[in-house]
Write a protein that binds this ligand. Structure first.
Ligand code: FEO
Length: 456
């Protein structure tokens, strides 16, 4: 993505933690991080807004899905108005002491009127039970989708149920000269995700949206070193499965006159925040990739083949699909490496057809690696099917179908199994299998299920 210049001095935001300039150091690269420079108190972000979060430079894996070689931050904010204080999100439980220490430098607990939780994942609600104990008068402001999740969260922590207000897009919280407004942005990446817009300062508290796993005590995008790979990587692992919802959220976010984006992870984006909004629009727009034809329904056949039997089946299925169906078909053999290219193909296709031999009663490892990667993309509305050759037991096709159905994919044509190397009669069956898939995709196959297992 376009790299944001790093020339803006930290002092241009009042109270922001100052970083040593590059010229003072006489080097081109950003200075190395030093734990001793970690901000001890709150950091001013905008008029009446302070960061009171925590740094976690040692984190190396997030949510079991994402390597975090640069650690992360848990960003929490305090907004002060004339009639009260709002706390927006908290931090992971292990970092609660840092959070409270910073919070106490800018607010007294009895001033806290509301606690806004942009989503309830524990890395942002870990300090909530203790904050509720210290500020029992504070009202919890959560998404309209969040109450059930909150009950589950507080049940675990054993805390009493506080005063709760649920929010939808357009609902406001008036702090006196500071007005917080809700944007309902579900599934980014939890069902209850919302953003909070502070109109007076043009600050978007965006939750995990626009986040990065990048830990740097200088906090702001223009002074914290290179993090744009982390920004894209975060999208690829956290937001990519929800591209439809990202696009819906951007409809709410793009019209805003944003001066600064304050996400829950990584750098606070103040240099040119619209660059990051535009980047999300790019990343959330799925374009068919060659050789899939953007003007036709797309189908990908992905297979592994030990001795050529499954490969022959795959080619015959493709031939059947291409018999005048008007479907764009891609045939792709999986190797032993990274299944990322195959995942990109599947994201662009309407139908996913997976072929595997049976090896020791199971599908091939390359197939399971691919199937384990499908949670990275939105599978909503796609069709799927399975096929494969086998020697004696032939469990792979059934196991693949179970996984496909478990991913909520519709499997309209029963899987096709054939013994070892298919003969001409069996290749005729494969072509019929392909035609049945084409019919299912074109809507002609509804109600006419061919059970190829009966043909063997
Ligand atoms: Fe950063 Fe979804 O928790």
């Amino acid at each position: 993505m376009h790299r944001v210049p790093t020339s803006r001095p930290a002092a241009s935001v009042a109270g922001a933690h100052a970083a040593p300039s590059r010229s003072a150091l006489g080097v081109d690269e950003p200075p190395p991080r030093r734990v001793a420079e970690e901000p001890c108190g709150a950091v001013a972000v905008a008029p009446g807004v302070h960061w009171v979060g925590a740094l976690d430079p040692g984190l190396r894996c997030f949510d079991l899905i994402l390597n975090t070689g640069s650690g992360t931050t848990y960003n929490s904010f305090v907004v002060r108005g004339e009639s009260g204080v709002a706390v927006i999100d908290t931090v992971k439980a292990e970092f609660a002491d840092d959070f409270f220490r910073r919070l106490e430098t800018v607010a007294r607990y009895e001033e806290i009127r509301v606690i806004v939780l942009n989503h309830l994942e524990p890395d942002h609600t870990g300090a909530l039970p203790e904050l509720m104990r210290r500020a029992p008068q504070a009202e919890l402001c959560i998404s309209k989708r969040a109450p059930a999740l909150l009950n589950a969260l507080l049940k675990v922590s054993g805390d009493r149920v506080p005063a709760i207000r649920t929010l939808d897009t357009g609902d406001t919280i008036d702090l006196g000269g500071q007005t917080l407004q809700c944007l309902h942005t579900p599934f980014l990446h939890w069902p209850d995700t919302q953003c909070t817009w502070l109109a007076e300062a043009g600050v978007l508290f965006s939750g995990d949206i626009f986040g990065s796993h990048h830990c740097d005590e200088r906090l702001f995008d223009d002074v914290c070193g290179e993090f744009h790979c982390a920004f894209d990587d975060y999208f690829a692992h956290i937001m990519r499965p929800f591209k439809r919802h990202v696009r819906a959220a951007l409809e709410l976010i793009e019209p805003l006159p944003i001066a600064l984006i304050a996400p829950t992870h990584g750098p606070i984006l103040r240099e040119r925040p619209q660059v990051y909004v535009q980047r999300y629009r790019e990343l959330a727009t799925t374009r068919p990739i060659p050789p899939l034809d953007p003007d036709q329904p797309g189908l990908v056949i992905l297979y592994a083949s030990a001795h050529g039997g499954t490969a022959r089946m795959a080619a015959a299925i493709r031939d059947g699909l291409e018999e005048g169906s008007g479907i764009s078909v891609v045939l792709h053999e999986l190797g032993c490496g990274d299944p990322r290219d195959a995942v990109d193909l599947i994201e662009c296709a309407d139908v996913l057809v997976i072929g595997s031999p049976t090896i020791n009663g199971d599908a091939a490892k390359a197939i399971w690696d691919l199937l384990a990667s499908l949670s990275l993309i939105d599978l909503n509305g796609k069709l799927a099917a399975a096929f494969g050759s086998y020697g004696w037991s032939g469990e792979a096709v059934r196991l693949i179908e179970e996984r496909l159905r478990g991913l909520k994919l519709r499997v309209p044509v029963p899987g096709l199994r054939q013994k070892l190397i298919p003969n001409e009669a069996e290749l005729v069956e494969c072509r019929a299998f392909g035609r049945a898939l084409a019919n299912a995709l074109n809507g002609a196959g509804a109600g006419s299920v061919i059970d190829f297992a009966d043909l063997q």
